[in-house]
Design a protein. Structure first.
Length: 180
């Protein structure tokens, strides 16, 4: 028995998924902000993919990744954190990776990795934060009528897809391909 009640396998599954996604988002956000070319380099990279203005999108993606990491580690607002991950990954999938084929090792990096993270995030949204989470400790699941478990969590996660598609529709302006 824990302070969160009886813990089951599904609670550990949620904890491990939150940790894996949280570590990944923390690493991505950290790298965008402080690694390599820092935010200005990330902004130039985003501009080169057609995400304009690059500085705005570099900041928003980085802030979203870092905020999602914190929420995932805490198990706080878990479906919203999953939706944040999904939003970032769907933009990456469409703007950068899809054109390169499935496998990550292909030139330009395929979409294998971002698709895996996206689908894992949908799974976590359906599971919710589990009993080892702030969601459970604050009884958010009870007060929000099961928003983290099952179909309602997936519906929340779909907001990430909707947000990503809206962002791409408004801001993504890739350069036309040059005929050789």
């Amino acid at each position: 028995m824990t302070p969160f009640g009886s813990v089951h396998g599904i609670d550990y599954a949620s904890l491990f998924l939150r940790a894996a996604l949280g570590i990944t988002m923390l690493a991505h956000g950290y790298n965008h902000a402080w690694g390599g070319g820092k935010l200005p380099g990330t902004a130039r990279w985003f501009e080169s993919m057609g995400m304009k203005p690059g500085a705005l999108h570099a900041f928003l993606a980085t802030a979203t990744e870092l905020a999602a990491a914190v929420l995932l580690f805490l198990g706080f607002l878990t479906p919203l954190a999953a939706a944040m991950v999904i939003g970032v990954m769907v933009v990456a999938l469409i703007a950068n990776h899809f054109k390169n084929g499935y496998f990550i090792f292909r030139p330009g990096e395929g979409y294998e990795y971002v698709l895996f993270i996206t689908l894992t995030s949908f799974g976590l949204a359906a599971l919710g934060g589990g009993r080892i989470s702030i969601d459970k400790a604050l009884k958010l699941n009870d007060h929000l009528h099961g928003w983290t478990y099952g179909g309602k969590g997936v519906l929340v996660a779909l907001l990430g897809v909707i947000g990503a598609l809206a962002l791409l529709a408004v801001y993504w302006r890739p350069e036309p391909k040059q005929d050789s």
